[in-house]
Write a protein that binds this ligand. Sequence first.
Ligand code: ATP
Length: 185
Amino acid sequence: MTGLFGGTFDPPHNGHVALAETALDHFDLERLLVLVVVDPGHRSVELDFEQRFDLARLAFSGLPRVEVVPEEHAYTLDAVRGGRFGDAIFLVGADEFATFLSWKDPNGVLENVRLGVATRPGHARESLEPVLAQLERPDHVEFFEIPAVPVSARDLRGRLARGEAIDGLVPEAVAREIEARDLYR
Ligand code: ATP
């Protein structure tokens, strides 16, 4: 089975890596495609696509069977429709699943792929049950536990803008590149 992990990765961080690493093992993935959304449309990004793509490649370079690829579609439904990735599981954090009903055609997404929902600090499993209850294919949703990494890209952008350290929150190669290119200042 193919794992799909989409995001803006503005910037990629240790929470993303923990999710990817755990999912590879938990779902016994043949490969994991990290989909870096070129133009998210519905949300703003600070770095342009090329910079986010380069950082994502560095962030996931230590993991086996992972390929970082550009994703032209802003909406998950458009990215996965038509069974484009075959037997696939789309991975999200619990915060994304909490807002899943507001996605473009959530039931359509679940017709094309399964959803793997990773734990994320601040989003308890109980709070996700009402979302699950409204889906036509709740059997296509699987929850899995990952090591808690209480970090977000938004938090990192704030820290960097204030000139604060980000040690231990992003992979070392990502920290070095952010520093070398003077990003998010
Ligand atoms: P932002 O703070 O800008 O919203 P983010 O840190 O949530 O960004 P995204 O690129 O938007 O990062 O997230 C891509 C995917 O990774 C989403 O499915 C999100 O739920 C998941 N994710 C991000 N951080 C974590 C984390 N610390 N633990 C678990 N999942 C996470």
